[in-house]
Design a protein around this ligand. Structure first.
Ligand code: NVA
Length: 307
């Protein structure tokens, strides 16, 4: 088992499925108000360079519910790369706490932190990947059907969500159809790695520029913001580029009974309309809830005594 949770590509299908099983158990335990303090006394540090609602709250609440504790570190407090080197920061943290969640712009920084750390490092989103979100998404899909039978469409920007969905689907052997503009495809290094993984797992990863083609016959239609955190200056340009990819009732109607998915935060009226986001077929709040359960499974696996 890997020390860290940086990319789903580092984990095997069996390991990811075991995490999803445990996430389902955690959800049931919480629904039944049953005791599940499996990380007593463990401490998680959380470092965020970008804003966060879901990741911050679900990791902190998750650690408390597991009997541990979480400490929030803001960039201005610790000054990674300005006041202290990444190596010095993470070498110190390794002496005090049992794990680190890091949300950074640079993916290389999270990789570097993980390389130096003696404690597990969990990717809380980088410009390249957001693996924790995809675990919650797969848990959400698995509540509706066998994962292997799902046909998932992804529309819009080939961003960190698209990259992570491709890698997760490729490890698990799932069907994923992506529709992105040619100018905004998923990262080349991710597509190459996904091709290798898919050759072994039998995953069907389709890539096109046509949203209607991706949605036709899909059971789950996923989209994400066109303007990720850090790209705010490009918002007007991006609205023009991605306009044909908006997830609205007409596009969702291309598939008879597909569910709508979104990782949030949403720019309502841009990548998704209010009618779809708030509609009967929307799973967005289930996805958000499952962040808590899926990450507790990851925390227990990486910070738990059996490690
Ligand atoms: N692409 C988005 C993902 C949000 C979960 C961002 O990076 O802001």
């Amino acid at each position: 088992m890997p020390k860290d949770f940086i990319t789903l590509a580092d984990w095997s299908a069996e390991e990811l499925l075991a995490l999803l099983d445990r996430a389902r158990e955690f959800k049931e335990l919480r629904q039944q108000s049953k005791e599940h303090q499996t990380l007593p006394g463990r401490v998680l540090a959380m470092f965020f360079e970008k804003p966060s609602l879901r990741t911050h709250v679900t990791f902190e609440a998750g650690m408390t519910q597991l009997g541990g504790h979480a400490i929030l570190l803001r960039p201005e407090q610790i000054g990674i790369g300005t006041r202290e080197s990444p190596q010095d920061v993470v070498s110190n943290l390794s002496r005090w706490v049992d794990g680190l969640v890091a949300r950074t712009f640079s993916h290389a920084l999270v990789e570097e932190l993980a390389r130096v750390a003696h404690i597990p490092v969990i990717n809380g989103l980088t410009d390249l990947l957001h693996p924790c979100q995809v675990m919650a998404d797969f848990q959400t899909i698995a509540e509706k059907c066998e994962l292997k039978t799902a046909a998932i469409a992804y529309l819009g920007d080939g961003n960190n969500m698209a990259n992570s969905l491709i890698l997760g689907a490729s490890v698990l052997g799932l069907e994923l159809r992506l529709a992105t503009p040619a100018s905004h495809r998923p990262a080349l290094r991710v597509r190459r790695r996904a091709d290798e993984l898919a050759a072994a797992s039998g995953a069907k990863i389709g890539r096109s520029e046509d949203p209607a083609e991706a949605v036709g016959g899909a059971n789950f239609v996923y989209t994400a913001t066109w303007t990720s955190r850090g790209q705010e200056d490009e918002r007007e340009l991006r609205k023009k580029i991605f306009h044909p990819y908006q997830l609205n009732e007409e596009l969702l109607g291309q598939s008879e009974d597909a569910y709508a998915m979104h990782c949030l935060p949403a720019h309502r009226g841009e990548e998704i309309t209010d009618e779809v986001l708030d509609g009967d077929r929307s799973l967005v709040l289930v996805q958000a809830e499952n962040r808590l359960h899926a990450q507790k499974a990851v925390l227990e696996r990486l910070l738990g005594p059996s490690r």
